[in-house]
Ligand binder design. Structure first.
Ligand code: FRU
Length: 922
């Protein structure tokens, strides 16, 4: 493609410059040389001017001009040089005929055309002659003088160079014309060498000879002038007739001399410059031409000189016009050439534009094709990507479904385990059991706990793999920690007679780890070691550091049966059922691996069959590898402990029993229990039924209905239930006036931090995780109800409960209810008939709801509340000077006696005594 472009550009440039090149070459098609014998006189200058003017019409001619300065040798030399240089034609005006003939002949003989002008060679070998007839010139001069002198007298000649043909021919013609006139004599012939000064000199030298001369024929006007000046200088008479040749216009030339009467006449001698060039071009162009081009001549004297001068001036002016026009033409030609160049450039640009447009179109099209192809490929790739994304999503969904299933089913296990463990706890507390029954119960309890542990591990594994389990590492004393772990295996160690030995070979005392998680790791490794080590075997916990001291390696080594090579590489795979894990779940070691990796460490195993197994935990020393989130700070610990203690989600089934003073809780307190699991309902009913009145529901909707109609003192609800969830239920109950102050306990197997938080955010008072400790539950129920009662006391006797009374404990809904109630009672204090019915009507709730609500919030009956408010107001009125009867009336007591009785019961003093007392004080 690049080559193609270069070629186009080259062609275009050639198109622009080639025509002008070829034109230039055409202009300089012929080399014409002009060898001039002498150049520095007016006649020769005129000749050259004429030639150049004519040459301007022939741009194809290269013109070379040589001036020999009147020297034969020089002229020969110059012609030779021209021959060497190479010329197409030679025009020559030979200085003298004889000396120049050989060289001119040689040029002619070489086939180079020769034009002889003005003067001739002696051989006559040339192609053409251009000039006037010099014989005729001389003849005319003779005739003129003979006529002027009346055919008698003496004449003298001043000749040009004797060897030049012009001299020879003019002399011949002159003498020939005088021949018939016998009384005319040529008395002197002086060689003026064609030059004015030479002529003057010769005349001055020969004055004696010329003393009796009547006329002089000078062979050119310059010599005629020189002759006149010399004669004038010698004081020779003015009437001596002098005749010259050439008759050039211009000052000091022939015509001017005639006008000034310095010479009598001049023979017109045309230069023939124009004709010489015309003939040369004709020869070179091979068009017909004449060999002898004789130019006309005539005699010019005082009779026609003015006419001739006029004509000459006219010609000169015309010539000037022509020159001017020629100049204009040249300029036009220049403009034309410039325009031609511009046009050529424009044409080139156009051609290039078309070519580039074509190329661009071609490139665009090929790009378009390529783009289309790429687009097609892109679409295919996008399609494949989409398919991959969809597949990935499906895989994720399936995986998530699997995880959810695992987690849910694991949580599901917790409820039946609660139902197994809780009654066992209850049974074990009773002392009536015999030893065997107790043993059996303990066996059930142990296995239930094992099962619970397995479920917990499964959940932990899922959480680890879903990156939901976060590391809470703190700096721990490794040896102390290992010692405590070993201690917990002491019963087993003694039972199987397998001692656990701790070898501490490291100087590093502390390591950053999560003690809860590390406990699980060590528990699993040691359980396995005990499982596969025969009685009287040995288990070692070895603590070592690596060479650089940046890692601590904790090994659990046994001398048991070892692991088969085929199984060893899968030993950490979740749910792997190998020889080593026979009877196990395949969870423990997978959990170990995940926990150690969570600690940025790794776990390896080496084993030899029948010799033993060694697990090595490699953990980084220091805390540089832990992020701030992975560290457990005292604040975080406190926070977590707070949550843990407040909500008891981290319940241990083995924790010590805590007694509850059942007698302290009145039987009339009602609990509403909502759980879709009827077993749980039955169990809780059986456990709590002796202390509380129990209402139960198996879904949130029924639960809500019971909550509104029965207004229980406390509600216990499951979280996950068909239909409305426990969390939604809490939100609804806490937002309703009737139940907003009722304490609610959420009871659930959902035990992640997020789930617990979500439950608490719904305004549940407590979140308990399954399996729960029954005694803890009882205590929580007791405390929540007692707290609520304490709160109530503060409102009982207040006229209007203030906002800051217990702002933190009363909900807005409750406060609004109390405010409404207070305002209503205050308004109707004087109305003895005002009571429960009127309040229910005004507030819009049922009698039961009103009773319950007032009981819950104020811990008294509605009537008690109204009476208290009346008595309080009466106290106030009694202080003022109002009669007792009137006070009783104003505060809605139907009779003053009834008022007096109630007042005395409440304040321990009769209204009259109180009034008197007030009066005394005042
Ligand atoms: C000029 C000139 C003319 C004369 C001619 C003869 O050099 O002397 O005056 O007519 O040469 O060749």
């Amino acid at each position: 493609m690049h080559r193609f472009f270069s070629l186009i550009v080259l062609c275009a440039i050639c198109c622009i410059f080639f025509p002008s090149c070829s034109q230039n070459k055409g202009e300089k098609k012929y080399r014409i040389a002009f060898s001039q014998c002498i150049g520095n006189d007016a006649w020769r200058e005129t000749m050259l001017k004429e030639m150049k003017r004519e040459l301007s019409f022939h741009p194809e001619v290269e013109f070379i001009y040589m001036d020999a300065g009147g020297s034969n040798e020089m002229q020969i030399e110059q012609v030779n040089a021209l021959l060497k240089e190479g010329i197409d034609l030679l025009i020559i005006s030979p200085n003298e005929a004889q000396p120049l003939t050989p060289i001119v002949d040689s040029v002619f003989q070489q086939g180079i055309p020769v034009i002889v002008t003005d003067r001739k060679t002696s051989s006559g070998l040339y192609n053409a002659y251009v000039g006037a007839d010099n014989y005729n010139i001389g003849f005319l001069a003779g005739q003129y003088l003979a006529h002027k002198m009346g055919g008698k007298g003496s004449v003298a000649e001043v000749t040009g160079l004797p060897g030049s043909s012009a001299t020879i021919e003019r002399q011949k013609g002159f003498r020939e014309a005088l021949k018939p006139h016998l009384q005319m004599q040529v008395i002197a012939s002086l060689n003026g060498q064609w030059l004015k000064d030479t002529a003057s000199k010769m005349v001055a030298l020969n004055m004696q000879k010329l003393a009796n001369t009547d006329a002089i024929f000078a062979f050119n006007d310059q010599m005629a002038l020189g002759t006149r000046l010399a004669l004038q200088e010698k004081g020779v008479a003015k009437n001596l007739t002098i005749v010259g040749v050439d008759a050039l216009p211009g000052e000091g030339n022939g015509l001017d001399n005639i006008s000034k009467k310095l010479v009598s006449a001049s023979m017109l001698y045309a230069t023939g410059g124009k004709e010489a060039v015309q003939t040369a071009v004709a020869i070179l162009q091979k068009t017909p031409y004449q060999r002898d081009n004789m130019l006309h001549t005539l005699v010019i004297d005082s009779s026609n000189v003015e006419l001739m001068k006029m004509q000459a001036d006219r010609i000169d002016n015309q010539q000037k016009d022509i020159d001017e026009q020629q100049k204009l033409l040249d300029e036009q030609a220049k403009v034309y050439r410039n325009q031609q160049s511009v046009l050529n450039i424009l044409v080139l640009s156009l051609v290039l534009a078309i070519v580039f447009a074509g190329v661009s179109f071609y490139l665009l099209k090929s790009n378009w094709d390529k783009n289309k192809h790429l687009e097609h490929q892109n679409a295919e790739i996008r399609n494949q990507q989409q398919q991959l994304i969809e597949m990935n999503d499906r895989v994720k969904e399936a995986s998530q479904a699997k995880i959810n299933f695992f987690t849910n089913i694991s949580h599901e296990f917790k409820t039946p385990l609660t139902l197994i463990l809780a009654p066992i706890e209850e049974l074990l507390r009773t002392s009536e059991l015999n030893v065997s029954a107790k043993d059996q119960l303990l066996l059930i309890k142990r296995n239930a706990l094992r099962l619970l542990n397995l479920v917990s591990e499964l959940i932990d594994l899922q959480r680890l793999e879903n990156e939901k389990l976060k590391l809470r590492a703190s700096s721990q004393n490794v040896y102390k920690f290992m010692h405590q772990i070993a201690q917990s295996f002491k019963p087993l160690s003694m039972q199987k007679n397998i001692p656990i030995q701790i070898e501490n070979r490291s100087a590093i005392t502390h390591l950053w780890f999560d003690a809860d998680l590390m406990e699980k790791v060590m528990y699993n490794l040691l359980s396995n070691a005990f499982k596969f080590t025969p009685k009287n075997g040995k288990i070692t916990i070895r603590i070592q550091q690596n060479t650089f001291g940046d890692y601590l390696v904790i090994r659990v080594i046994d001398n048991g049966k070892g692991i088969n090579k085929a199984h060893i590489e899968h030993i950490f795979d979740p749910f792997y059922q190998g020889e080593y894990s026979t009877g196990g779940s395949g969870i423990g070691l997978a959990l170990v691996k995940d926990i150690i990796e969570l600690h940025h460490g790794n776990v390896t195993v080496s084993s030899k069959e029948n010799e033993g197994t060694s697990f090595a935990l490699r953990l980084p020393v220091g805390d540089a590898h832990l992020s701030e989130l992975e560290k457990s700070t005292p604040e975080k610990d406190k926070q977590e402990k707070g949550i843990s203690e407040a909500n008891l989600f981290h319940t241990s089934l083995n924790s010590a029993d805590q007694g509850i003073d059942d007698g302290g809780v009145p039987r009339e307190h009602a609990l509403l229990i909502i759980d879709d699991n009827e077993e749980i309902l039955r169990f809780l009913h059986a456990t709590l039924g002796s202390s509380y009145q129990i209402y139960s529901a198996t879904n949130a909707e029924d639960g809500m209905r019971l909550a509104f109609s029965k207004v229980p003192d406390l509600i216990i609800s499951d979280v996950v239930m068909p239909g409305k969830s426990g969390i939604e239920l809490v939100k609804s109950l806490k937002n309703d006036t009737r139940t907003s102050s009722t304490p609610i306990i959420l009871l659930s197997a959902m035990d992640t931090e997020e789930q617990i938080n979500e439950g608490l955010m719904s305004m549940a008072d407590t979140y308990l995780t399954k399996p729960f400790n029954v005694n803890h539950l009882k205590t929580i129920i007791h405390n929540l109800i007692a707290n609520r009662q304490g709160l109530k006391q503060r409102f009982v006797s207040e006229i209007v409960p203030s906002n800051d009374t217990d702002g933190a404990s009363i909900s807005t809904t409750d406060r609004r209810f109390l405010n409404n109630l207070s305002a209503l009672v205050e308004q109707h204090l004087g109305d003895s008939k005002f009571g429960v019915d009127a309040i229910c009507k005004q507030i819009g709730i049922s009698r039961v709801q009103l009773y319950r609500k007032v009981k819950v919030l104020l811990d008294c009956s509605v009537n008690d509340y109204i009476v208290n408010r009346r008595l309080k107001k009466s106290k106030h009125l009694l202080k003022m000077d109002i009669p007792i009867n009137e006070v009783a009336l104003q505060t809605g007591f139907s009779s003053p006696t009834y008022f007096a009785t109630l007042f005395k019961n409440k304040y321990g003093i009769s209204p009259s005594a109180f009034k008197k007392q007030q009066g005394d004080y005042s």
